[in-house]
Design a protein around this ligand. Structure first.
Ligand code: SOE
Length: 387
């Protein structure tokens, strides 16, 4: 019989919703499922918020006491979907209690906390994972397959961008995402780390970086209430304003340990860009292009194609491609953000059942945090900084 894994979800916001959906849907997509995740307890800041999340996300119980829950013997998985500054405390407690831990990105609010989390993971027998879901988009996994098969030769160049516009409006609310003491950094940690994760996945570790960081909107109206309000939904030009002390944008050059070079950009202030994650990779034998806003497509150019038919071709991902066995039966029926989270949940449960570590686990996510830290440092010094 398929094993059941009891999940304690800490945080019932936007990411809590995405993870709850994945727990419910994973066995519907990937069958036989490696395990059946059971939505046991959801924890939020107040009993009221937790009960609402329980009813909405289909959990059995609700609680406002994360510490008691992560120490409960009937919990197998602790899933952390809280703001960045609480990741370390919850994860370390859960690992000490022997739980498998999946944590939303970035690993933590500070490098010191990330180091402590990786250390706690090393000291435990548990499986850890950080929820960098975009590398699990089938087209990105297909790019990895082509690279591993040598189809584009040795990689010389990587260009990665993650552009959004939800914080371009200066009257958008000052949520925790704009406060260094909670978020650690702005676009760098929030979305730049997704690109760093994919750069590490596809090309290998980054060695040195040089960055320009900018904060365009220096103050924002204080947010009313604790819910994470992305964008300008809470616009109020009259509300009291407070300082934004994180970056709105990072532009950087990077050098990989392999010798490849590249650029990484992230901005949440790029009007007209919604979830514009692009990857362009050049190799000695071809090129790869991916744009998350057209996430079912991978564009590839193979230099050994006959000269008269050279050019980018578009592959629509489907059953013949990574994760295709569990997704929809015809290419281009289309996958969404939810499916990337379902795949993430599948890989996490598989690793738990195999007693292995998925990628990126806490150890690998620490390397991503080291790159983020180097980007922040370089933004201050304008110098090339070692990771
Ligand atoms: C906001 O920028 C955000 O919710 C990120 O925090 C997520 O990681 C990203 O996938 C969607 O946008």
């Amino acid at each position: 019989m398929t094993k059941t894994l009891n999940v304690a979800l800490i945080g019932g916001g936007f990411m809590g919703k995405a993870h709850a959906l994945a727990y419910a849907a994973m066995p519907m997509f990937f069958w036989p499922a490696p395990a059946i995740p059971h939505r046991k307890v959801v924890v939020d800041l107040t009993e009221e918020a937790a009960q609402e999340a329980r009813d909405r996300f289909g959990f059995e119980e609700a609680s406002s006491d994360w510490k008691a829950i992560v120490n409960r013997p009937d919990i197998d998985i602790v899933d952390i979907c809280t703001p960045n500054n609480s990741h370390a405390e919850i994860a370390i407690e859960a690992l000490k209690a022997g739980k498998h831990v999946i944590c939303e990105k970035p690993l933590a609010g500070t490098l010191a906390e990330s180091v402590a989390m990786a250390k706690a993971a090393r000291a435990s027998n548990a499986t850890t994972m950080v929820a960098f879901n975009y590398r699990r988009t089938p087209a990105v996994a297909l790019a990895k397959k082509f690279i591993d098969e040598g189809k584009i030769g040795d990689i010389t160049n990587f260009r990665g961008t993650y552009l959004q516009d939800w914080s371009a409006d200066p009257n958008g609310p000052l949520s925790w995402r704009f406060q260094k003491k909670i978020a650690g950094s702005g676009a760098i940690g929030d979305i730049g780390t997704h690109v760093v994760d994919m750069a590490h996945y596809l090309v290998g570790p980054i060695d040195t970086v040089q960055a320009i960081t900018s904060t365009y909107v220096k103050t924002r109206p204080m947010q009313q209430g604790g819910v994470d309000k992305l964008g300008a939904s809470d616009k109020s030009a009259d509300a009291e304003r407070a300082e934004v002390d994180v970056d709105d944008e990072v532009m950087s050059m990077v050098r990989f340990k392999s010798g490849a070079v590249g650029s990484i950009e992230a901005s949440r202030n790029a009007w007209g860009r919604n979830n514009f994650i692009t990857l362009e990779i050049h190799g000695t034998k071809g090129s790869i292009l991916f744009n998350y806003e057209r996430r079912d497509e991978l564009q590839v150019m193979f230099a050994d194609d006959p000269v008269n038919s050279r050019g980018f071709r578009t592959i629509y991902t489907g059953p013949a491609h990574p994760y295709g066995e569990g997704l929809w039966p015809i290419p281009a029926l289309g996958i969404g953000y939810g499916e990337t989270k379902i795949i993430e949940c599948y890989d996490f449960c598989k690793a738990i059942m195999n007693g292995s570590q998925p990628s990126p686990n806490f150890e690998e996510a620490l390397l991503i945090e080291k790159v983020a830290d180097a980007l922040i440092r370089s933004g201050e010094t304008s110098a090339w900084e070692k990771v």
